[in-house]
Design a protein around this ligand. Structure first.
Ligand code: PLP
Length: 406
């Protein structure tokens, strides 16, 4: 079916709600997206009809719960082009997935003098786990610079790569700038020096088509809630040969083969990395979100997002004293900006009062803010259900804020 934003909006019950008596204009999608009725129904349906623990029961509900959970794993694998559903580990989100790689893959391998290359646009989730592991191993963190337009400086990154670099970890799509990185090139650069590439796919899932085999990344970290799914669930894709070599990160039920007091042997992946009762309903909701995204005309969606980016950039560019951070020509519809007549924290409550939800702050990217010499920005971020009219409402609300603050 061709892309139709109004038809899509009708699937999201929250979008017809009001805040402060005004129609909701939700432009905080990079923080979390809303959920279509199909996802809500999948979660309610699980608890209403199928609820049981997975993998260890011999009764009908346990079988249904296990089937639903494992079917969701298959959906994630297919959605990202993974060769095998066993290369997908359910995690609580991107943060958890990056930590899993940092502790189970990187820590046993890294030694003093090794390097981890990050970029200046990383979310704290793709910085702090590496710092913790670097402190334990003596490895060093190096950050690749970005340009004034907010694009990764690939030549500078290339120059940082040598045999000391064991891991390159980078955002596919920046949550603050909207920049879409050239991940194929990143994979070939990392592999050129024998390093592995971890991609932070938190923002990519909703905005760009993903094919891990085509990109050639070694690890991909995902959060369902950034792409129409529930919170508290995400996934790590890892190349099967890497996952197979990784020791467990958390111990508990489900991840074992045989337990005795002197010695425990571990299950094969992905179970080895899913200790304890997993977020079963979350996984089922994640699968439903991917079904929903798969049903959307992706070319139509890409065109819609390009149009929103162009429209938003033009209208915001006409607001006096407004400066946009992140001007990559191929960026996702994320608008971070400052105003020379007000602090971001003074603007957001006025916008909120007019029903317009945006985010203010450092967006968990403090090194990026430092790079631009800013303490904070206002960020308006779009999803597939965002309309031009909502951008118009943002512009009107900014006009009102200016009247009050300038
Ligand atoms: N990476 C990026 C680029 C993000 O935008 C976010 C969330 O804002 C994260 C990582 C962390 O995701 P989560 O909090 O779902 O683990």
């Amino acid at each position: 079916m061709p892309f139709d934003v109004q038809r899509i909006r009708s699937d999201f019950p929250i979008l017809s709600g009001r805040v402060h008596g005004k129609p909701l204009v939700y432009l905080d999608n990079a923080a979390t997206t809303h959920k279509p009725q199909q996802v809500i129904d999948a979660i309610v349906g699980f608890y209403t009809h199928d609820n049981a623990n997975v993998h260890r029961g011999m009764h009908e509900l346990a079988r249904r719960a296990t089937d639903g959970y494992e079917a969701a794993r298959g959906k994630v694998a297919r959605f990202v082009g993974a060769p095998d559903h066993r290369s997908v580990v359910f995690t609580s989100g991107t943060t958890d997935a990056v930590n899993l790689v940092a502790y189970a893959y990187a820590e046993p391998r890294l030694k003093a003098g090794d390097r981890i290359v990050l970029t200046h646009m990383e979310h704290h989730s793709n910085i702090v786990p590496w710092q913790l592991v670097a402190e334990r191993t003596g490895a060093e963190i190096v950050a690749a610079p970005i340009t004034d337009a907010g694009e990764l400086d690939l030549e500078a990154l290339h120059a940082l790569l040598d045999e000391r670099v064991k891991i390159v970890a980078a955002a596919w799509v920046s949550n603050t700038l909207g920049t879409v990185n050239d991940v194929r090139r990143l994979a070939s650069l990392a592999h050129g020096v024998g390093a592995v590439l971890l991609l932070d796919g938190a923002q990519a899932l909703a905005h760009v088509p993903i094919d891990v085999r085509e990109v050639g990344c070694d690890f991909l970290a995902l959060s369902a809630h950034k792409a129409l799914g529930p919170t508290g669930i995400g996934a790590l894709y890892a190349k099967p040969e890497l996952l197979g070599e990784m020791p467990p990160f958390k111990g508990g039920g489900e991840m074992i083969e045989q337990v005795t007091f002197p010695h425990t042997t571990y299950a094969a992946p992905p179970a080895r990395f899913e200790a304890g009762t997993p977020n079963i309903a979350g996984a089922i909701g994640f699968g439903a979100a991917l079904n929903y995204l798969s049903s959307v005309d992706r070319e139509g969606l890409a065109a819609h997002e390009r149009e929103l980016t162009a429209y938003g950039t033009r209208l915001l560019g006409e607001v006096e004293g407004l400066r946009i951070l992140g001007n990559s020509p191929t960026k996702a519809p994320v608008f971070s900006f400052t105003l020379d007549w007000a602090h971001p924290y003074d603007v957001a409550p006025i916008l909120d009062h007019m029903g317009v939800a945006v985010r203010t702050g450092h967006h968990c990217t403090q090194p990026l803010m430092d790079r631009f010499g800013l303490p904070a920005t206002v960020r308006a971020s779009c999803a597939l259900y965002t309309t031009r009219e909502e951008i118009d409402a943002l512009i009107t609300a900014l006009g009102k804020a200016r009247e009050m603050l300038a």
